[in-house]
Design a protein around this ligand. Structure first.
Ligand code: SF4
Length: 382
């Protein structure tokens, strides 16, 4: 198999990981680093926290794997064409593609053929890219389960972003999803070590931070479980962000008969995650049903507002930024603009809010403008 055939095969394989770009769930991943894939399966587009979009080489070092995760196309024993790069060959291929101007970054993940050995080879690949080819641009390096402390520290020093995929929100769910992965020592410990190493680097190492990914809808985990763990990671490890990958059954795996996760579920999880990261919501404020599910038919912010009639209508001319952010249709940018604009004059009309970027159709039922309800909301609050 030549280098281009390997790139095609291992690039396609890497699209199953959504902690960086792939085409599998772009529309769902609001604010997520995903865009439709290039015609070459190994090129995807990443959106950086700055909003800048870059094409990257997204590839596995190897699609051979000794593990048997129930959801995975590359689980041990599954019959499919597989390939592996040497660190030298992959680094050289990246250098060539990068000099052709096709990509501006590298996302490197891998199947596992001995955790420590494979992690060593991934690190060696990135070292060659950084040192032999003197590449200073964007690199996202996956940290494998059971990676050692020294490997994690090295990965964090070499990459701009690192990730450890938890896949499930707790040990019980992981045991059903991926029997040869261990939640505590195997995944949480590397995640914690990576977080500590990033903190030691004081902004110089892995400066775009640490991410994780969950598989959604494969083993009965609830939205409450997923968001509880996500909140903990934001609070305790300063995780940059979590990704939610809707389960999709793959033939010839133990979950081949399991139904796919509804795309709307993934969307509601991303909306809730966004509210936690940018709007000051805590996971336990979301409205869950008795099974711990978010409502699929309603934006989680609107669901919260409807469950809290005592908080509305809110006087826009007096509310703090934190309380403005609770109003459907008002986001961080429009809240900031409201605070600035009302220093000049009172906001009296919905048209004033519209000019500041507020989504009027959502906000109108929930606001007072100088003590008056705008006409649109009278019927809703009568
Ligand atoms: S470790 Fe699990 S998820 Fe990763 S490639 Fe192997 S079988 Fe797939």
């Amino acid at each position: 198999m030549d280098t281009h055939q390997k790139l095609d095969l291992l690039g396609q394989a890497a699209s199953f990981d959504v902690c960086a770009p792939s085409g599998r769930s772009a529309a769902m991943a609001r604010g997520c680093a995903e865009q439709p894939p290039d015609v070459r399966p190994y090129i995807s587009h990443v959106q950086l926290p700055s909003g800048q979009k870059k094409p990257v080489l997204k590839v596995l070092l190897t699609s051979f794997c000794e593990r048997n995760c129930h959801y995975c196309a590359f689980r041990a024993g599954r019959d499919l064409p597989r390939a592996a790069f040497t660190p030298d060959d992959l680094a050289a291929a990246f250098d060539q593609i990068q000099h052709q101007g096709l990509v501006q970054g590298l996302f490197l993940s891998s199947g596992v053929t001995g955790s420590v050995r494979t992690m060593d080879r991934m690190i060696a690949t990135v070292e060659i890219v950084r040192q032999r080819y003197d590449y200073r641009g964007y690199i996202h390096l996956k940290i494998l389960p059971d990676a050692e402390e020294a490997q994690i520290e090295r990965a964090v020093r070499l990459a701009d972003r690192v990730s450890v995929n938890l896949e499930a929100p707790n040990a019980e769910r992981l045991a059903t999803l991926a029997p040869r992965k261990e939640f505590g020592q195997g995944l949480m410990d590397p995640l914690r070590r990576a977080a500590r190493a990033i903190a030691r680097g004081q902004g110089r190492w892995a400066k775009l931070g640490l991410t994780t990914q969950f598989v959604v809808g494969a083993v009965g985990e609830s939205d409450r479980e997923l968001l509880t763990t996500t909140q903990r990671l934001y609070d305790e490890l300063r995780l940059a962000r979590a990704y939610f990958s809707g389960f999709s059954p793959i033939p010839d795996t133990p979950l081949e008969e399991h139904p796919p996760a509804p795309p709307a579920r993934q969307h509601r999880l991303y909306q809730s995650d966004f509210l936690m990261r940018y709007y000051g919501f805590r996971f336990d404020e979301f409205i869950f049903d008795t099974e711990g599910s978010l409502p699929l038919n309603m934006d989680p912010k609107i669901a919260w507002a409807q469950a809290h009639p005592e908080r509305f209508p809110m006087e826009v001319n007096r509310a703090s930024k934190a309380t403005l952010l609770r109003v459907p249709g008002i986001g961080p940018v429009s809240a900031r603009r409201i605070l600035q604009a009302r220093q000049q004059s009172k906001l009296l009309f919905l048209s004033d809010l519209r000019k500041l970027g507020v989504v009027i159709s959502r906000a109108a039922p929930y606001v007072l403008l100088n003590g008056k309800r705008p006409p649109l909301q009278l019927s809703l609050f009568a």
